[in-house]
Design a protein. Structure first.
Length: 359
């Protein structure tokens, strides 16, 4: 079956349908990872987006029961150069195509994904539609594509009620703005007693469990849309040690009076070099974000840039001087890898231990 991809700039690609049948409009982005497609599909930060994989062969190790990063996939569509129909891996339970069909995700293969990526790099992230309609007419979709916006996706992906995971160590409150499962696993591995709160939780509700520290998770969308969450973070600052990841990093900067801006085409993949300025060492990181903190907007008396992106110089980490708070733009839980930055969870444990018993 044929499938079509129409971009907001009028570019039309024709390929072969994969996954479900139908039509889906979303913001189209690209990911440079060679592996990790299952984690990418189930990462809530991709809510509202159509994901293009730049690596040419995807699906070769199938889908397993262990690597989902959330309760379901959130992407609006999936695009690959070539889909593997016969995966080979001892953990594989089904094919990637079966997984897409099961979750009603429309996909496309057989197009020049490098040409598509070049368009997105040159013109920037834009809206698009994937359709398997045999009578597809681009003129019928131009208005829908142009008008599409991702509206408050954090409210869609967050849990609805708190979840408690008992542990023998420090008590951590995890704010779920679209958290990945491996953030939870990283805390559990360190024996933390974890309470996961929905994004709608108030500061009073979070502090009622008397946590030793608070983690602000990753999540989708424009951080400036999270007005309620920013106000909650303002109330939490200084009360407990805070560790922010990705969206949590951006919201913390906004809560401190900083600014965020949208990147031309974002950082998405598991091969982004980031320098830890204190260590003087560069790490390879896993990333998925379309917005960044504006360095010039930070007050140097209360915020110190701790990490920078070695490709474009953007802010990748901030250490706050007025409260026990530090945040990073990349994913230290690394799902998919690399695992170089898991030391940040150990740093958070040390910070909580140093402030345990304080207000």
């Amino acid at each position: 079956m044929k499938a079509f991809l129409l971009l907001d700039d009028g570019t039309l690609f024709e390929g072969k349908a994969i996954g479900a049948t139908g039509s889906s409009v979303g913001e189209i982005v690209f990911n440079t990872g060679m592996t990790g497609y299952q984690e990418i599909l189930t990462d809530p930060s991709y809510a509202g987006q159509i994901v293009t994989m730049t690596y040419p062969l995807i699906g070769n190790y199938g889908i397993n029961d262990d690597d989902n990063e959330s309760r379901k996939p959130w992407v609006k569509g999936f695009i690959v150069r070539e889909l593997c129909d016969e995966p080979s891996n001892w953990r594989s339970k089904r094919t990637l195509n079966d997984f897409l069909v099961e979750h009603n995700i429309v996909g496309l293969q057989g197009i020049d994904t490098r040409a598509l990526t070049r368009i997105l790099r040159e013109k920037g992230t834009m809206n698009s539609v994937i359709s398997t309609d045999p009578n597809f007419n681009p003129d019928d979709w131009k208005a829908a594509i142009h008008e599409y916006t991702i509206v408050k996706p954090v409210d869609e992906v967050t849990i609805k009620e708190p979840i408690h995971i008992e542990g023998t160590g420090l008590k951590v409150a995890l704010m779920d703005y679209g958290t990945k499962a491996n953030i939870v696993h990283s805390l559990i591995e360190r024996n933390c007693d974890v309470t996961i709160f929905p994004a709608t939780a108030t500061a009073e509700e979070v502090l009622s469990v008397n946590p030793d520290g608070i983690v602000l998770s990753n999540g989708p969308g424009d951080p400036k849309d999270c007005e309620f969450q920013i106000q909650v973070i303002k109330q939490l600052l200084g009360k407990k040690p805070i560790f922010g990841v990705c969206l949590g990093h951006q919201l913390t900067a906004l809560a401190h009076g900083g600014e965020t801006t949208k990147l031309k085409y974002g950082h998405r993949g598991c091969n982004h070099p980031v320098k830890d300025l204190k260590q003087g060492r560069t790490y390879i990181t896993s990333q998925n974000h379309g917005y960044v903190v504006v360095a010039e907007s930070l007050d140097p008396s209360i915020a110190e840039i701790s990490h920078i992106n070695m490709n474009d110089g953007t802010v990748e980490g901030i250490r706050y001087l007025d409260t026990p708070t530090f945040t990073v733009q990349f994913h230290p839980e690394a799902s998919p890898g690399p695992e170089d930055n898991r030391y940040l969870f150990d740093n958070f444990i040390k910070t909580m231990e140093a402030h345990k018993g304080g207000s």
